[in-house]
Structure formats: structure tokens, C-alpha cells
Design a protein. Sequence first.
Length: 92
Amino acid sequence: MMKAQVHEGGDQVTIQVCGRLAEGWVGELEGSWRGAMERHPGARCSIDLRCVTFIDHAGERLLSVMHQTGATFLTAGLLNQEVVNQVTGGAK
């Protein structure tokens, strides 16, 4: 199970993700992210992964797409930090 909560304010969008970022739930996060970015074109986007307990390959692919469009990530824990490092090439 995964929950994505969008916080929108001015030129900043933060999406707080909790639970498992796995194939069955990746579409929910993608929809929340794309919707928020459509409502706030040009806004900076941060993805808060501090409450994520697992990220599978589908989740990694979505994070990679997000990173390519300028999203940044907030992490906690060594495993999630390693996933983000792989996705971003080491940039946080």
C-alpha cells in the first residue's frame, strides 16, 4: 500500500509518499505528480520519500522520470538513499 499527499504552495510542490512504492501503486504517485505539475507549471518539485518502506524497479523508473524533469528527493535510510543515488547519478 502507498499513499501520496500533495502539498502545493506558490512555486513549490512537495509530494509526501508513505508506504511501498511498488508496481501496483506507482501509477497513483505518477498521477498525483503529473496533476500537481499541470496545476503549477514551472514549480519546483520535491518528492519526500522519508516514509517509504520499499521501492521496486517500477518505482525507480518513475523516480528517474521525475528527476529528469527537475524533481528533487528527500530521503531517510540507507536503502532509499542508495536508490535515489542510482536514479540521480549521486546528486541528491
